[in-house]
Design a protein around this ligand. Structure first.
Ligand code: IMP
Length: 193
């Protein structure tokens, strides 16, 4: 079975392909020559995931899914949240990490969580699956693996950031893998009926 993941983010594709069950082929937007920008203007993480998947489905009529992720930091009242991707005013990961360190200069409680919402549209009907990983924000950038805020995010139960931990650890416990697991289980169930 083939399903289109409405993204061109190579890191996300790699992570999702490593998690979904064998037999499910994941295609990216560039694999299907889709070049339009998908909107993310709803104001919530769940709304943005739905908006991307539903826009792609309306344009192409093809079953698909998308994801949207947010980092929520307790002492910043759940910021950056829906602004996670453009927190510093750009998509640059280093600038976003540096802004987060700066904003948290006086935070004693560094608790945070990542949440991912996967929205899929199958035959015109939309469904959502949500995964989270709890952790804390480190005092400085650490490691070169992963992407985005991985050098700052230390998952609960570990002392190193996602950018230091092996990819296999991130794949096993991350917000995205938890959402993908729920989605995959639901898909397996649906396709076996
Ligand atoms: P989006 O899902 O592409 O909108 O992601 C929003 C922001 O979260 C981007 O800045 C990503 O770099 C960041 N992000 C998404 N997933 C992860 C992750 O697994 N680790 C670290 N940062 C992430």
């Amino acid at each position: 079975m083939q399903l289109i993941f409405a993204t061109n983010n190579a890191h996300k594709l790699e992570e999702v392909r490593a998690i979904v069950p064998a037999g499910l082929e994941i295609l990216s937007l560039s694999d299907v020559q889709f070049t339009e920008e998908l909107p993310e203007t709803s104001g919530t993480i769940r709304g943005n995931a739905l908006q991307k998947a539903e826009t792609f489905y309306k344009r192409t009529g093809r079953n698909c899914f998308s994801d949207d992720t947010g980092l929520e930091v307790l002492c910043l009242n759940a910021a950056p949240g829906v602004d996670t991707a453009h927190y510093s005013g750009s998509r640059d990961a280093l600038a976003n990490n540096e802004k987060l360190i700066h904003e948290m200069a006086s935070c004693e409680d560094r608790s945070a969580r990542f949440i991912t919402v996967i929205a899929c549209v199958i035959d015109g009907v939309s469904y959502c699956f949500e995964g989270e990983v709890k952790g804390r924000i480190g005092l400085s950038i650490e490691g070169s693996g992963g992407f985005g805020y991985d050098p700052l995010f230390i998952p609960e139960g570990y002392n190193d950031s996602f950018a230091v931990l092996p990819a296999s650890v991130k794949h096993a416990i991350s917000h995205r893998s938890r959402a993908v697991e729920l989605f995959s289980t639901w898909l397996s169930d649906k396709t076996s009926k």
